[in-house]
Design a protein around this ligand. Structure first.
Ligand code: 3PG
Ligand code: MG
Length: 402
């Protein structure tokens, strides 16, 4: 994989550089509510601008249906990016249309243009190789092409598991380079797969066992402990034969959970107490009950204090920790303590602590924890999981010439 340093050494002044970033951030009422991914994208952009490149940023937001949809516009992201960069950001109203072409050709040295959501074009995510490639050619043309010094920098770690035009195909059309964020993420994640330092503890949460099945399969043989919380723990508790009330249940995963428990009973730690409620609201009355006996008509919405203490004890002395997925519905105050407690225990770990992106990274920031106390907070949710599952990441493989 060629690096940004190599690109800088070749000289970027005056060249149009297409950069794929993952700027897929949560919005509320048109405002960015967690700018972690934008901040993680700044170093590469700032470096390129400082060296006089004409930077064109490609990014997606959410999952629009392959056509323009104002609800998924990157416009609020452009504003936040400009604030954080401390420089103006030009914003194209389309991806490869008139606005994008005009603004791209008008860029001066050290100026940056953000294109509108690449997923406003159905070709971006098409399963048909030719369709995607045709769109990628139009994106590449914004640089003036290879002959004109156009290059591509892949820095969207959170999207490298997607075989999309702006992530994958574009890299086959222009000289390509791996951005610092992509390289830093891969460097850390490698340390979770090979000979991780022991004790090695993995904490998984989030709502579904099915989302985590492959990562459990691949990590279970490698770890010393697997701590399970979040909505997914109820399918495990059910597999043990417990009553789970109205809690989340994936009926078709009970058998898998039973198998994991049979294979690794000494490694898997499930909650011993759970916070339950009949409703899902910010002022819901709650009870803390034993995990073996959830009352009928109530849902488990967080792990209880005894479980937090047990998880913290399992994390104490760990040399390698990977955490993905919240322990409860942390967005609602009555169900935030489990995630906060586990986050604090992960932050206190002396060894390498990695927070898998998406919801757990957002939780760390939303709960006001100090990001610096974690070894690494990934910007990739799906991407980091797929890496740990041992899957090929198309956006990375293409940079390595595979
Ligand atoms: C993410 O949010 O995990 C990335 O930005 C990828 O988004 P996607 O899951 O919609 O492809
Ligand atoms: Mg996602």
């Amino acid at each position: 994989m060629r690096t940004l340093e190599e690109l800088i050494k070749h000289g970027v002044k005056g060249r149009r550089v297409l950069v794929r970033c993952d700027l897929n951030v949560p919005l509320k009422d048109g405002q960015v509510t967690d700018d972690g991914r934008i901040r993680a994208s700044l170093p590469v952009l700032t470096t390129l601008l400082d060296y006089g490149a004409r930077v064109i940023v490609m990014a997606h937001l959410g999952r629009p249906k392959g056509e323009p949809d104002p609800a998924y516009s990157l416009s609020p992201v452009a504003d936040r990016l400009a604030q954080l960069l401390g420089r103006p950001v030009e914003f194209a109203l389309d991806t490869v249309g008139e606005s994008a072409r005009l603004l791209a050709s008008g860029l001066a040295d050290g100026e940056l243009l953000l294109l509108e959501n690449v997923r406003f074009n159905a070709a971006e995510t098409s399963k048909d190789d030719e369709t995607r490639l045709a769109f990628a050619r139009e994106l590449a043309a914004l640089t003036g092409g290879d002959e004109d010094g156009g290059v591509f920098v892949e820095d969207a770690f959170g999207a490298v598991h997607r075989k999309h035009a702006s992530v994958y195909d574009i890299a086959t059309l222009l000289p390509n380079y791996g951005g610092n964020l992509v390289r830093a993420e891969l460097e850390v994640l490698t340390r979770l797969t090979g000979d991780a330092e022991r004790p090695y503890v993995v904490i998984l949460g989030g709502s579904k066992v099915s989302d985590k099945l492959a990562v459990i399969e691949s990590l279970l043989p490698k770890v010393d402990k697997l701590l399970v919380g979040g909505g997914m723990c109820f399918t495990f508790l059910k597999a043990q034969g417990h009553e789970i009330g109205d809690s989340l249940l994936e009926e078709d995963q009970v058998e898998n959970c039973r198998r994991f428990l049979a294979e690794a009973a000494d490694k898997i730690v499930l909650p011993s107490d759970v916070v339950v409620s009949a409703e899902f609201s910010a002022d819901a009355p709650t009870d803390t009950v034993p995990a073996t006996q959830l009352p009928a008509g109530k849902k488990g919405l967080d792990i209880g204090p005894e479980t937090v203490a047990a998880f913290a004890a399992a994390l104490d002395g760990a040399k390698t920790v990977f955490w993905n997925g919240p322990m409860g519905v942390f967005e609602l105050a009555p169900f935030a303590a489990g995630t906060k407690g586990v986050a604090e225990a992960v932050a206190a770990v002396d060894g390498l602590s990695v927070v898998g992106g998406g919801d757990s990274a957002a939780a760390v920031r939303a709960l006001g924890l100090d990001e610096a106390s974690f070894g690494h907070i990934s910007t990739g949710g799906g991407a980091s999981l797929e890496y740990l599952e041992g899957k090929t990441l198309p956006g990375v493989a293409v940079l390595e010439g595979a």
